[in-house]
Structures are given as C-alpha cells and as structure tokens.
Design a protein around this ligand. Structure first.
Ligand code: NAG
Ligand code: NAG
Length: 363
C-alpha cells in the first residue's frame, strides 16, 4: 500500500517531496516501536488479555444468608438445607509460607469450630530459596490452639536445579498435605477446608457447613479479596479455597474442583504483612516471582509508597478478561474506611492489627 501523509489524506498539498523522508522516519520510528514493545511487553499483553485469553467458566453461586442472632435452623432453611441433630467435624488444611499474622487471625476466627488445623510448611520456597520455618519460629503465638494443630514439614533439597518450575514445587507441597491428611483421623463425611493461610472463611460460614444437611459435596468459597490490608478491598474474585465433604477420592488441591460456589464466605487478604521485610520475602518467594523484573522493585521506600497508594507491587495491570473490567480496575485501589464485617480477632485486638485496618498503611 502506498504511504500517504496526513496532509495528503486531507487533500492538502504535500509540504515535503523528498522521498528519503519516510525511509528516515521508519529507520527511527521502527526501532523505537520495537524497543517500546519489548520494554512494555507484559503490560501490552496484559492489556490485550481479553483477546488472547478466555475467562474461566462462570460459577453457579449459592446465595448466602446471614445476619447476627438468627438461628442456625432458620439459616439452613433459607439455603434450602435442614438442621442436623449434631455438628459435623471440620478440618482446616493450609499451606503456610510466612503469613504469621494472618494465620493468628485465622486460627482465632475458626478455633471454636475446627476439630483439627493441618498446616504444612517448607524449609524452601516454591522458587528454591531456603526459608526459615516461620510457624515453628513463632509457635508461642499459637499456644492457644496447640491441641488442635497438626504441623507437617516439607523439606526440599538444597540443589537449585530442583526448582526450575515453581508450580511443580507447589504441587509437591500439596501432595505433602495429602499425606498429612491421611494421618489426621479425618473420616468420610467430615468437612475439609482447602485454602491458603490468607484465605479465611468466616465463622458463620463454617457453622453453616457444620450444621446443615444438604450442602453440596464440593463447593468453592467466594471470598472478598483485599490487598495489603482491609483498607483496600479489591473485589469478590477470590474463588480458589473450597469446602469438601471428605470422601475416598478427595485430593488436596487449590484449583477448580466444582462449578458451585458459596457467595461471600470470608476474606482473602493478599500481601497483608506487618513489615516491609515480609513483603520483600513474599515477592521473591511466590509462584510469580518472575514478576520482580528489577531490584528497584524491592526497595523499601518504593514498597511503602505502593502500599499506601493501593498500587500494584509489580507494576502490572489487573488480570481481567474483558476490556470493560480491565479499564474499570486500572489504577490505584480506592481506600475503604470500613472496618465492619471483618474477622472478630482483628477488631478485638485493633491496636496490634492497626496495619490491617483503615489508616494503617504505614509499615
Ligand atoms: C437474639 O435472639 C433471641 C431469640 O431468638 C432474643 O431473645 C434476643 O433478644 C436476641 N438478641 C439480640 C441482641 O438481638
Ligand atoms: C531442608 O531440610 C532438609 C532436611 O533437614 C535438608 O536436607 C535440606 O538441605 C534443606 N533444604 C534447604 C534448601 O535448606
């Protein structure tokens, strides 16, 4: 196709007639376009996600009913279920990295309703970095639940060649949880929660699972998603945690296992750490560690600024499957001033958990 200048396109006389001009222009323009694409490849490909990626199949969401001081009998009835004569036993199984504060919040939230807390931790991250056993190091903080906790350790080899594919290492952790489960005394019909430590179901959700007959054998738990603290609510996109009536085929997983999801069943607080040091560790450790593209990403002053502004730690665009959602979510997360409907332990100990509450972004 012949090149036409904008002026020519508008029917205006050409100002320049030198034929070397377009060649020169493309010599400068083309490389700079290529460099730009190279530098911003991730951003551009994320922006174009609605074109190259298909969204997961939508879930069939069970409406969730709850208000204070309503009888469990009535709550079961509203879901189309019936009250049992005795509660089911509930087992809570998590893979733990370094979310010590959130684990404490989790165990206090769930303690009265849980038969056993299974927790697996490793002396190596998914990316092969040696790591301290943070649960063991902080065991004092979990004395209140000791009798219910079953702790397992996954020991990864020191050989870095072993850690080429972080998602595979993550898979090995999950099978280690399966063997912990086999030793836990869990029986068919018991409830098993599969979640990461920072995916916290609410008490009343567990009560419902415990006391109602007729619940689906496997369902995902829809959690309110927060980033950095409860001051930054993102959306309701967290779906990976799940609740199972344990059976012979139950396998510990953190992926799609059912099309059914119970709405608004708790909280998922990502990167909700007390200190910047913990942010840096998590950024280097988690399955998407390749997103740390330069060491400046790990500077404490930068991280602090990002936290207080509700921006993205990795300078990434949101993962969305439609342009409408993507553009809606671009930019900083608006701050919330609500500390209503949060885990009780955070409110009871608001002074200790200031960093999780509105106005507490300074670490
Ligand atoms: C809770 O419900 C009971 C009866 O179901 C009622 O007697 C009591 O006053 C209620 N408490 C509150 C705080 O509303
Ligand atoms: C993890 O612990 C095991 C057993 O103590 C040890 O052999 C291994 O080298 C440790 N891994 C790392 C990465 O330190």
């Amino acid at each position: 196709m012949a090149r036409r200048s904008p002026r020519a396109a508008l029917g205006l006389p050409r100002r320049f007639s030198t034929s070397s001009k377009p060649v020169l222009l493309s010599l400068i323009l083309l490389p700079s376009i290529i460099v730009t694409i190279f530098l911003h490849f991730r951003k551009i490909s994320y922006f174009l996600r609605p074109i190259w990626d298909t969204p997961p199949l939508p879930f069939n969401r069970i409406p969730h009913y709850y208000a204070e001081n309503i009888s469990t009998d009535h709550l079961c009835f509203l879901h189309g279920w019936t009250l049992r004569s005795s509660p089911r036993r509930v087992f809570d199984a998590v893979i733990f990295s370094n979310e010590v504060d959130l684990l404490e919040v989790r165990y206090h939230e769930l303690l009265p309703y849980i038969h056993k807390f299974l927790i697996l931790e490793s002396n190596v991250t998914f990316t092969g970095m040696p790591k301290p056993l943070s649960f063991v190091d902080n065991a004092d903080r979990f004395k209140f639940a000791t009798s219910k906790i079953m702790h397992g350790t996954f020991t990864g080899p020191a050989d870095p060649g072993f850690y080429k594919v972080p998602f595979q290492i993550e898979g090995m952790h999950r099978s280690a949880v399966n063997s912990l489960l086999r030793d836990s005394g869990i029986l068919p019909g018991d409830i098993l929660i599969m979640a990461d430590a920072d995916e916290i179901p609410s008490r009343h959700t567990i009560r419902l699972l415990q006391w109602c007959d007729g619940i689906p054998p496997v369902m995902h738990l829809e959690l309110r998603h927060y980033l950095y603290s409860f001051e930054f609510p993102v959306d309701y996109s967290s779906w990976r945690s799940s609740a199972h009536q344990f059976g012979p085929l139950t396998q510990y997983r953190h992926s799609r296992q059912s099309d059914i999801m119970l709405a608004d069943a708790g909280w998922h607080c990502s990167f909700c750490f007390r200190s910047i040091k913990e942010f840096v560790f998590k950024m280097k450790a988690y399955s998407h560690a390749d997103r740390v593209r330069s060491s400046s990403y790990l500077e404490h002053s930068r991280i602090q600024k990002v936290i207080c502004q509700g921006d993205d730690l990795f300078d990434m665009l949101p993962e969305e499957f439609s342009f409408r959602e993507l553009i809606w979510k671009m930019g900083s997360i608006p701050k919330s001033a609500s500390a209503v409907n949060l885990p009780s332990y955070v409110i009871e100990n608001a002074d200790r958990f200031r960093f999780l509450l509105p106005g507490g972004c300074l670490r």
